[in-house]
Design a protein around this ligand. Structure first.
Ligand code: SF4
Ligand code: SF4
Length: 240
């Protein structure tokens, strides 16, 4: 599988996307990291080009995005196209994994997960931009072990959630009673994370390098999280 040639239509995509100034060696380095990931082989067995994944994909309905294009680029080891996708396409995926319907046994959403991780680990501009609006959510998840407490769903808590949140918050108790798990039937007690679980999460994020990944995309956030975690772990007598 070679890289795109000058007559290849995909080359046009790369040129239009404006990544011609990035050295091929750098693109190859990132693609090599994707292919070297142990999950990659499990997620890709070749592609029939049947388009079933595209038909199942919700993101393909709303964006100029195609899981088939991701699978094909990966199958061809098309360095130029895979790089362009790491800078653009992969952030349109909603990670729903409806594309697992693939008759060839591919997992385009999984390939995208790996590509995203490589993009984040290498601090690509696309990763920084994609995660820019989520710094408070990342902070909340990584410092408390949960995304939001139920009663935080208020119009003034997160203004960037948009106008609909006002309607939702007005009937929040009612919405939550409609949720199947009983623990979610209140705006007071759901999503509480036990102290022991939180300590375990901190250790997992430190040991697996998940916290280091944050450093690549948001140094300020990384610094705050590191401080919070280290302080809490020290209180528990755990050296980091
Ligand atoms: S995981 Fe991504 S590529 Fe797969 S169906 Fe969902 S949105 Fe589409
Ligand atoms: S469903 Fe599978 S085989 Fe068909 S286009 Fe998508 S990745 Fe290729």
């Amino acid at each position: 599988m070679g890289t795109a040639t000058a007559t290849d239509p995909y080359r046009k995509v790369q040129d239009v996307a404006g990544f011609a100034d990035v050295p091929l060696k750098e693109k190859q380095r990132l693609v090599d990291q994707v292919v070297a990931d142990p999950r990659f082989e499990e997620y890709l067995y070749g592609c029939y080009e049947c388009g079933i994944c595209v038909a199942a994909c919700p993101s393909a309905r709303f964006y100029d995005f195609s899981p088939r294009r991701v699978a094909q680029a990966a199958a061809r080891r098309d360095v130029e196209l895979m790089y362009q996708q790491m800078q653009e396409d992969i952030w349109e995926c909603s990670q729903c994994f409806s594309c697992l319907r693939c008759p060839r046994g591919n997992n385009p959403g999984g390939i995208i997960t790996v590509m995203r991780e490589v993009a984040v680990n290498n601090g690509l501009a696309s990763a920084r931009e994609a995660l820019e609006g989520y710094s408070r959510i990342i902070y909340k998840i990584m410092s408390t072990g949960t995304q939001v407490s139920p009663d935080m769903l208020q119009p003034d808590a997160f203004p960037d959630w948009g106008p609909e949140v006002a309607d939702v918050s007005e009937h929040l108790e009612l919405w939550r009673r409609a949720l199947p798990p009983e623990t979610h039937h209140t705006t007071k007690t759901g999503w509480a994370v036990a102290e022991k679980t939180l300590i375990e999460l901190y250790l997992i994020w430190l040991e697996t390098g998940a916290l280091d990944m944050i450093n690549q995309v948001d140094e300020g956030l990384h610094m705050i999280l590191e401080e919070v975690m280290e302080e809490r772990l020290e209180e528990e007598g755990i050296e980091v």
